[in-house]
Write a new protein. Structure first.
Length: 168
């Protein structure tokens, strides 16, 4: 089991758009395994994206609402107009949770670690996790979607730098 350290806000890798995966090889399979080990190695984790462990590739793993898997080179292909506005957090901004608007339903298309096409459709918490992890691959964090007082509060608290550091 290889749990990798989680990168914290301020690390440039979190704000850099990831490169597409071009080789579906043993190295990619090892990355997916490390991502899965990192996600499952601590309770309460719903997903981990490659940049969160310092790798600038378009790969993430997820475990939400009884659905567990990974996506390589994912693209959101459908978002519902219906919204949800629940609290959201991030391993890279530990200890903070803010109400974050997301689509209630989403479809994401990509590939598995062997290069086979894969489509995942989710609602509720799974939809939130898929959108959150896909954002990471574009160099976006959930606080970037906040508006108004919630955004001001989030930025103020993040500036303090008092994070609950995650293990691994």
């Amino acid at each position: 089991m290889t749990m990798r350290p989680i990168r914290i806000i301020g690390d440039p890798v979190l704000r850099t758009e990831c490169d597409p995966v071009t080789s579906f090889d043993a190295e990619l399979r090892a990355l997916v395994a490390d991502l899965m080990d990192t996600m499952l190695g601590a309770p309460g984790r719903a997903g981990v994206a490659a940049p969160q462990i310092g790798v600038g590739l378009r790969v993430f793993v997820y475990d939400a609402d009884g659905h567990r898997g990974h996506l390589v080179n994912p693209e959101i292909v459908e978002l519902s107009e219906e919204l949800q506005d629940d609290d959201e957090g991030c391993l890279s901004i530990p200890g903070f949770y803010f109400p974050t608007p997301r689509a209630m339903h989403v479809t994401v298309a990509g590939f598995d670690q062997h290069g086979e096409p894969l489509t995942v459709t989710g609602s509720g918490f799974l939809a939130r996790a898929l959108q959150h992890e896909t954002d990471h691959l574009a160099g976006r964090l959930y606080v970037d979607t906040l508006r108004g007082a919630a955004r001001r509060q989030a930025l103020r608290e993040i500036r303090t730098g008092r994070f609950d550091r995650p293990s691994a």
